[in-house]
Design a protein around this ligand. Structure first.
Ligand SMILES: O=C(O)CCC(=O)C(=O)O
Length: 273
């Protein structure tokens, strides 16, 4: 850094300052302030290779089951919904990653759980359903003093400008409305990331996939974790075997946050029966 681009080291008139005590806390601060950050998952090369393989097998099975034409008609061909409920072990690993929870725990005080997990393919040379600006709580125009939900987009492949890495509008979680065209032109930022990193977003940060001008698909797995007041995109516990999961996994997948079906069920849950 040269003397001209060195920021001031001192300040005045400041009574409070953030003081992150770890790298994870620094990442959490960036998400609070700018709405986005990158996080290393810490998965090994072998684990990343297994995740990549699981992604491909799961996708092939999914497309076969739900039918190419039907998926295309629904604008769903490039998405694998609720991957953890039918995919290989990689998908649960992505949900339970320790580094991820070290950051989430700093951003959401108290409990949170998984709202949705979607495999995402950014196809070469054509657009797809996530390549337009959106919030991950769509149709919502409010701001909150703390994140209600955090988006964790796991990069199965390297995310580059060429293969359409994700665009964000920094700090857009702080304003209610979608910014003007000129604001987007001047402030949109494309995030490059390595395979094995998570792109973390406050759920209210506007973002969208870029155009993939390479010959290869760019793969990712998106997660949304939220406070326990939202319903899941697709009911995950209904499609999973609780017995094969640990307590922590069951909690993260929402088993303990299902609404009671009746007053009787509610009272039974309260008294632990
Ligand atoms: O594919 C991307 O780069 C963005 C994915 C996305 O916006 C989403 O899953 O909500």
């Amino acid at each position: 850094m040269t003397a001209t681009d060195t920021p001031p080291a001192q300040f005045y008139g400041v009574l409070r300052q953030d003081n992150p005590a770890s790298r994870h806390a620094e990442i959490a601060e960036q998400i609070r302030r700018l709405g986005y950050a990158l996080l290393d998952s810490g998965f090994t090369k072998d684990e990343l290779a297994a995740i990549s393989d699981d992604f491909n097998t799961t996708r092939a099975r999914y497309v076969e089951k739900w039918n190419v034409e039907k998926l295309k008609q629904a604008n769903e061909f490039h998405t694998i919904r609720a991957a953890v409920t039918h995919g290989g072990p990689a998908f649960l690993k992505l949900i339970m990653n320790a580094n991820l929870h070290a950051v989430l725990g700093q951003l959401i005080e108290g409990k949170y759980f998984l709202n949705q997990q979607n495999g995402i393919v950014n196809p070469p040379g054509e657009t797809y359903n996530q390549a337009i600006w959106h919030r991950d709580l769509p149709y919502q125009h409010f701001t909150s003093s703390r994140p209600l939900a955090i988006n964790a987009l796991f990069c199965v492949d390297d995310f580059t400008r060429e293969n359409g890495s994700t665009f964000v509008l920094p700090a857009s979680h702080k304003s209610e409305s979608f910014p003007s065209d000129s604001y987007i032109r001047d402030h949109a930022l494309q995030i490059e990331a390595k395979a094995g990193q998570y792109i973390l977003l406050d759920c209210m940060t506007f973002h969208g996939g870029g155009f993939n001008s390479t010959q290869k698909e760019r793969r990712a797995v998106n997660h949304l974790f939220n406070i326990p007041y939202f319903k899941q995109q697709i009911n995950l516990p209904r499609a999973m075997d609780a017995a094969s999961l640990t307590d922590a996994e069951r909690e993260m997948l929402g088993f303990v946050y299902q609404e009671p079906g009746s007053i009787e069920d509610y009272l039974a849950a309260r008294s632990g029966k």
